[in-house]
Design a protein around this ligand. Structure first.
Ligand SMILES: Nc1ncnc2c1ncn2[C@@H]1O[C@H](COP(=O)(O)OP(=O)(O)OP(=O)(O)O)[C@@H](O)[C@H]1O
Ligand SMILES: [Mg+2]
Length: 246
């Protein structure tokens, strides 16, 4: 299989209930980077994430996976259902939405079972994933007994077992205290460095956004990218959205 290096959206138009969320959006997420997405409540951030997961219809435009050929040339591929399922993993804002197993061990294993990972390999992958997210020793606990931050880590462990290339998290910092936010940030950075993941984070937290490699905002029905080298807080879009320096 070709190595997939990114998700690319071109000229995307998205509406819900006859309300246009945004038009002509261009977006890319590459492996090896963490990208932020902000916007006002109801501006379409979650809907955009569902589109990137292949779960939400778009009015027009395209979503592709970018592949890197052996000769170093890139090519845009039309995603198949299985590519979407295997390559992109989503962590809901409310991690309770994602719990399917009655034990931590089974819950994490489900992400692999769902993708046809053989039983012999699965056990080792689950142990490795729980270790990486700091939940070793919790395997026989009920997921419902975990704290909000631990449930989020449980969901992220699923993405590790699934060996997804891209991880999309919808407001993962919302329920966490400052220490929990820092731990999550470090974990995500580790996944980018060690596993070459591409991560998209929807967030309203100015401090978190200021630490991303790049940022997008949904603003006045457009998806705008912030100029990477520039101070986020000087950006007109950022000020319009009500952000101020932390
Ligand atoms: N299935 C649906 N049917 C009708 N309207 C929908 C549907 N899904 C979303 N919407 C509407 O689309 C708009 C965008 O919703 P979305 O959840 O994507 O916003 P958001 O930017 O994620 O907001 P928040 O910051 O509150 O999470 C909202 O007005 C919402 O009511
Ligand atoms: Mg949302």
């Amino acid at each position: 299989m070709q190595k997939i290096s990114g998700i690319v959206a071109t000229d995307l138009c998205l509406s819900r209930s006859e309300k246009v969320l945004f038009k002509s959006a261009n977006f890319c997420l590459s492996r090896g980077e963490i990208v932020g997405l902000c916007g006002l409540n109801g501006s379409g951030k979650s809907t955009f994430c569902y589109a990137l997961l292949g779960l939400s219809a778009v009015d027009s435009g395209n979503i592709y996976f970018r592949s890197m050929n052996a000769d170093g040339r890139s090519e845009l591929l039309e995603p198949s259902r299985s590519m979407w399922r295997d390559l992109v993993y989503f962590v809901f804002q409310n991690p309770d939405c994602q719990i399917v197993g009655s034990l931590v061990r089974d819950d994490v294993a489900f992400a692999g079972e769902n993708r046809g990972v053989a039983r012999e390999i699965l056990q080792a992958r689950v142990a490795e994933a729980l270790d990486l997210v700091g939940l070793s020793g919790f395997d026989m606990r009920s997921p419902n007994s975990l704290s909000g931050g631990q449930k989020q880590r449980l969901a992220i462990a699923g993405s590790i077992v699934a060996q997804a290339s891209f991880l999309i998290l919808d407001e993962p910092f919302a329920m966490l205290d400052p220490m929990g936010r820092k731990q999550l940030r470090l974990l995500l950075q580790e996944l980018v460095c060690k596993r070459d993941l591409g991560i998209l984070i929807v967030s309203h937290m100015a401090h978190e956004l200021s630490l991303m490699s790049r940022n997008y905002a949904i603003h006045q029905h457009k998806l705008k990218e912030f100029n990477p080298g520039r101070n986020l807080f000087e950006s007109r879009v950022f000020k319009d959205l009500g952000f101020c320096e932390p």
